[in-house]
Ligand binder design. Structure first.
Ligand SMILES: NC(=O)c1ccc[n+]([C@@H]2O[C@H](COP(=O)([O-])OP(=O)(O)OC[C@H]3O[C@@H](n4cnc5c(N)ncnc54)[C@H](OP(=O)(O)O)[C@@H]3O)[C@@H](O)[C@H]2O)c1
Length: 294
């Protein structure tokens, strides 16, 4: 079960092929839409046959890693299944965060086991992926225990850690990851815009905020959420919240709704933390709805 075929010769496919072959797996073939990408990946991995024949390449191995772009996974899998490219008893894996294991149903119908194995990490290039994969969490989704066992073994080879998820949970899992990663960037952009309105140079502001962001992350790592929450809402400081709202409604009225929405969620966390009293929470929520409806 250590013969592996890679379908989709991009950053993730090439890096996983390289890491698996370094750990003693045999990469029998790398197939992609373009021969150029397949050859480049094969040269990097140092073994396997480069091809554009997806079904032929898949049939050469017991493990088939589909690492195409998300929107091609289902269709690529169906194409290989249609051409009888999956061996019965083989394991077919995709690495998409957004797609469920169900995207591989055509392989399952041909007697293969299926699992989705998403590295919860940002992998912008092959080199970065090789550096970042070890230590990352892998979200595994399957209803097949033996498929999960083989996937866990691959995660061990990647020096990763397993995050288990219930079948059907992928969209919310992916939404959670996108909220944390993408909305963090959006939230920092929001703060920078308020500082710019206060006349602070954007780069100076980012330089000054980075230690605050890093300190907050350290607190989250150490004591978790909601314990790491600080600031006027956590303290129940309604006057400060009102000053924020009044200034934003004057200088950045388009951002008022966003402040109020995040503020309401922050009230919920502060109540969970126990630092905000019910009475102060009511006052702050009343301010947030009054300004939020402007
Ligand atoms: N990069 C990340 O940060 C990251 C993190 C976690 C998970 N993932 C997941 O890993 C998967 C691969 O991502 P990636 O970043 O490696 O993408 P990528 O660098 O864009 O590579 C995707 C590869 O798929 C090939 N491909 C696309 N459509 C195809 C088709 N119809 N038939 C055959 N090959 C096809 C492309 O081939 P050609 O070059 O030959 O055209 C390309 O080389 C995705 O499901 C992604 O969601 C990515």
């Amino acid at each position: 079960m250590k013969n592996t075929a890679i379908i989709g010769a991009g950053a993730v496919g090439t890096a996983m092929g390289y890491l698996l072959s370094s750990a003693g797996y045999t990469v029998t073939g790398i197939a992609s839409r373009s021969l150029e990408s397949a050859v480049k990946a094969r040269d990097f991995i140092g073994q396997g046959e480069a091809s554009t024949d997806l079904a032929g390449t898949a049939s050469s191995a017991g493990i088939v890693l589909i690492t195409t772009s998300d929107d091609a996974v289902r269709q690529v899998c169906e194409g290989i299944a249609h051409r009888d490219g999956f061996r019965p008893g083989s394991l077919v894996v995709h690495t998409s965060g957004a797609l469920s294991v169900d995207a591989l149903v055509s392989a399952k119908d041909k007697g293969a086991s299926t699992v989705s194995m998403h590295p919860l990490q940002s992998l912008p290039s092959v080199q970065e992926a090789i550096k970042n994969i070890p230590g990352s969490y892998f979200c595994l989704e399957s209803d097949d225990e033996s498929a999960l066992d083989t996937a866990r073994e691959m995660v061990r080879v990647f020096q990763g850690k397993v995050l288990n998820i219930q079948l059907g949970g992928k969209p919310l899992y992916h939404a959670g990851a996108a909220v944390v990663s993408n909305f963090l960037v959006a939230t920092i952009g929001f703060g920078l815009q308020l500082h710019e309105s206060a006349g602070i140079d954007r780069q100076d502001s980012l330089n000054a905020l980075l230690p605050l962001i890093q300190g907050t992350l350290k607190n989250i790592e150490k004591i978790g959420i909601p314990a790491a929450l600080t600031g006027p809402i956590a303290r129940g400081d309604a006057q400060t919240v009102e000053d924020h709202l009044a200034s934003i409604s004057r200088e950045n009225p388009d951002l008022l709704g966003l402040y109020c929405e995040l503020g309401r969620y922050t009230v919920k966390l502060a109540l969970e933390k126990g630092s905000l009293k019910e009475n102060d929470a009511r006052k702050i929520l009343e301010l947030l709805s009054r300004y939020g409806s402007h």
